[in-house]
Write a protein that binds this ligand. Sequence first.
Ligand SMILES: Nc1nc2c(c(=O)[nH]1)N[C@H]1C(S)=C(S)[C@@H](COP(=O)(O)O)O[C@H]1N2
Ligand SMILES: [Mo]
Length: 423
Amino acid sequence: MDETKKTSRRAFLRGSAAVAAGSVAGTAAANGPDPLITELQDWASYTGAGVDETPYGLPIRFEQHVVRRNVEWLTASPISSINFTPIHALDGTITPQGCAFERHHSGAIELAKEDYRLMINGLVDRPLVFTYEDIERFPRENHVYFCECAANTGMEWAGAQLNGAQFTHGMIHNMEYTGVPLRTLLNEAGLGSAGELSDKWVYVEGADASSNGRSIPMEKALDDVLVAFKANGEALRMEHGYPVRLVVPGWEGNMWVKWLRRIEVVDRAVESREETSKYTDVYEDGTARKWTWVMDAKSVITSPSPQMPIPHGAGPLVISGLAWSGHGKITRVDVSKDGGITWQTARLGRQGEAKALTRFYLDTEWDGVPMLLQSRAIDETGYVQPTKAQLREKRGENAVYHNNCIQTWFVNAEGIAENVEVS
Ligand SMILES: Nc1nc2c(c(=O)[nH]1)N[C@H]1C(S)=C(S)[C@@H](COP(=O)(O)O)O[C@H]1N2
Ligand SMILES: [Mo]
């Protein structure tokens, strides 16, 4: 036996010993000669696709299942509907535009840059109309923010319902936006004649048939709101409001007006449909909870989860998920394997911006015993993500929006996960 063979045999033995001890090293090598390594493969016997085969690249066909999906029975028509980001299959924090959830009240519209106009009117010194080119001439900024529909997890109030993180928590996306601060455009129109600003509002609306109008307090409008025209470096997709949308960091998705056409400075909230009959919650006594703008701290384990079973049995297991807070940064995420009795602190991925998604990991050993997996986010204000029971105690059973309760996945001995309720 020559020297190289001896070393490779020693390496092989080390590999199998490691497998027995529960390490992941050498899983494939331990099974003997592997034709994928020893045989000449197809893909090495011919030349591959030339450049320009797909001028705008798409995911390889093996990843075709990683797409937005809707739940048909939720809405009467896809024109006024929602689909869900495949958060179970993504990692890191940035959502590719092509699989970022869509929510339309009257369908996505095709609006060309040449036809785009943005009006600022109302209590301003000089009403203005901007073209798309005008907006590109103001100093711009880049920020990563999550956008979460207030209805995210809304179907889970009464009990565990949808079987997958994509469906329970997928009304969210997280992108890097390029845009002009709304403050800059308001100052261009002049706020001098508006007088005292603390009690003023801006009413923002879209160019689509629904117009999706919302009132935003002036304090927020002058803070971190962006008039955005790029996401993840490229033009917004039609479904996300091309050519210009509003980005309202940390606040409910409904306020992120797409195809933004008008900003009116007003001295009182407009009380539009989207902030009265919709996006409010009725308590048991008939009173309504309204102006619930901020998305409170929330988290979910994306893997393992119902669409992401554990494929490998006992041994090293990466538990991974997402956490976010409309109040700022995520400071800690805890993970429980026993339905909230004991908790372990997860490792946070690269800390991004406030009001953006944070990735967390628990690098653990699975003993093959069933688990009740939960995650619990804590943000920089000290707020702790509540249990479903705590949330119901405050809001009752009628609620639809702003369900940020702790989610539970039951993982059986085969590694199959299921949506269950532990409240
Ligand atoms: N003009 C307009 N803006 C809109 C909507 C709409 O239907 N029309 N839907 C709102 C809702 S309810 C949400 S949750 C977000 C969703 O943004 P997205 O489709 O880019 O995910 O857009 C908001 N902005
Ligand atoms: Mo929404």
